[in-house]
Design a protein around this ligand. Structure first.
Ligand SMILES: Cc1cc2nc3c(=O)[nH]c(=O)nc-3n(C[C@H](O)[C@H](O)[C@H](O)COP(=O)(O)OP(=O)(O)OC[C@H]3O[C@@H](n4cnc5c(N)ncnc54)[C@H](O)[C@@H]3O)c2cc1C
Ligand code: SF4
Length: 452
């Protein structure tokens, strides 16, 4: 199957459908949808432009707040944000804002209808480490404001989790590439396959003449389960599976190297959105059985209800109220021993019952979260992290770390969140960087230098 076939998603609007959906919008004076959007996208304004067939203007309105509309239109948890807040949602007639945003962004990406942006005018030079939603937002916003930006990433292609985490059946990789191409057209340079902290340090980057550095390296390290058997063959991390499938789709590794294959009996430990992505990916690898095991009760799992429903529809089994206590097997994993939990007092948290059961599996996928890696802070002095490993930042200038001129944002600074939350934070950090560089330049003009 070609990558395009794998990625084909028939759920988007046609032009006629998009315009008729846009015409349903009430154009509320106090738009609740906009309040529900973490980056306060100008939702009624872009819907109004679309309703009159003005796609270019609709896209320009979106671009005022977002550099990644085709991504957000697909992967934002809309039922908890704009669509959940829309005044028509209570009547079951909520506007499909995500699909409209996606339609406009896709049309713009294909037809390139928005006017060419102005080129940089040397307000300063900024290096961005990490090209996930946080790094891309900082890069895009600063480039639009006249900064020269260079983005470094350890991976072969930019995009972070958008490229190597979220599976192609939810977020086609050509869509991510198109968004990055638009950011490139703003004058942003991308340098890939460079691991900062190993190939280059922050001091090396400053020596190249950058005024400020942004660290947006995400949560690169998967958390491990501290239980017996975690090193058995067949036990792997969900992020590793998702990355290998992405690499295989790009042709960078052989499909046989994907760690889940036809006929496997797969148990996923964890019930967040990464677990759902791993489960649905395992189904697409033709695993014989895929079972999600988690400590929480049905209805209390971390993943979005819509994601859980789609996984169930695709044949994923769920066993809630199970606490994994041992992975069974001699050299290869053969099953997961779990303690059964129960809600003993209604309304209280579930507790262990002491009763154990074994769920057979030859592949066990751990999906219990990620945390930041230490490569950069381990090779640079002066950057503090909190006990959870997140980079400590300050409010003025927003996003600056404990080292002057070095800023941080997104998951590496605030813990695992969502694409749009990383973007929201990054937008504020971009403003903090602008203020800092402006002050630095003023001091330089007066013959002064900022202290390190
Ligand atoms: C499997 C999965 C599915 C998800 N699904 C959704 C979803 O549907 N909707 C949603 O809103 N959110 C989702 N999320 C969460 C969302 O993707 C993250 O919150 C978001 O990507 C964080 O953005 P970021 O820019 O901070 O970091 P990341 O996207 O993690 O990007 C960090 C980048 O930094 C690079 N990097 C790391 N260390 C270095 C280094 N030393 N040198 C150079 N480069 C480095 C990495 O290669 C990476 O490209 C999902 C997360 C995962 C893991
Ligand atoms: S709340 Fe709903 S109806 Fe009102 S402006 Fe927003 S999308 Fe339109």
């Amino acid at each position: 199957m070609s990558e395009r076939e794998i990625e084909y998603d028939p759920t988007g609007f046609t032009l006629k459908e998009a315009i008729s959906e846009a015409k349903r919008c009430l154009n509320c004076v106090k738009p609740a949808c906009r309040k529900g959007c973490p980056i306060e996208n100008e939702i009624p304004a872009f819907i109004r432009e679309l309703a009159t067939g003005n796609l270019g203007q609709a896209s320009a309105v979106i671009a005022r707040r977002s550099n990644l509309p085709a991504v957000c239109g697909r992967v934002c948890p809309r039922e908890r944000q704009c669509e959940g807040a829309c005044v028509l949602t209570e009547q079951g007639k909520g506007i499909k804002i995500g699909k409209l945003e996606r339609f406009i962004a896709d049309m713009d990406g294909e037809l390139e209808i928005t006017p060419l942006p102005k080129l940089w005018d040397e307000k300063g030079r900024v290096a961005v480490i990490g090209s996930g939603p946080a790094g891309l937002t900082v890069a895009g916003d600063l480039a639009k404001d006249g900064f020269r930006v260079r983005v470094f990433d350890a991976q072969a292609e930019p995009g972070g989790v958008l490229m190597y985490g979220i599976p192609a059946f939810r977020l086609p990789k050509d869509v991510v590439r198109r968004e990055i191409h638009k950011i490139e057209k703003l004058g942003v340079q991308f340098k890939t396959n460079i691991m900062i902290g190993e190939a280059l340090t922050l001091d090396d980057i400053f020596k190249e003449g950058f005024d400020a550095i942004f660290i947006g390296t995400g949560n690169a390290m998967a958390k491990t389960l501290n239980i017996e058997g975690q090193h058995l063959t067949g036990v792997l991390q969900a992020t590793y599976l998702l990355q290998m499938v992405s690499l295989a789709n790009q042709g960078s590794v052989d499909k046989d190297e994907i760690p889940v294959q036809e006929g496997d009996h797969v148990v996923i430990i964890g019930a967040g959105n990464t677990a759902m992505d791993a489960a649905r990916t395992a189904k697409r690898q033709h695993a014989a059985t895929v079972t999600v095991v988690c400590r929480d009760a049905e209805g209390k799992m971390a993943a979005l209800p819509s994601e859980i429903q789609v996984a169930k529809d695709e044949g994923v089994n769920f066993i809630p109220l199970r606490n994994p206590c041992q992975l069974m097997g001699d050299t290869c994993v053969t099953g997961v021993e779990c303690e059964i939990r129960a809600i003993k007092v209604p309304g209280e948290k579930p507790e262990g019952t002491g009763v154990k059961e074994i769920i057979p599996a030859n592949k066990v996928i751990i999906a219990i979260g990620q945390k930041p890696a230490r490569r950069i802070i381990g090779t640079t002095k002066g950057i503090e992290v909190d006990p959870g490993g997140c980079v400590v930042t300050q409010d003025r200038p927003y996003g600056m770390t404990t080292r002057r001129g070095v800023f941080s944002g997104g998951d590496v600074a605030h813990g695992a969140a969502t694409v749009v939350i990383a973007m929201k934070d990054a937008k504020k950090v971009a403003m903090g960087i602008e203020q800092y560089v402006e002050a630095k330049k003023l001091m330089e003009e007066c013959g002064l230098r900022m202290k390190d």
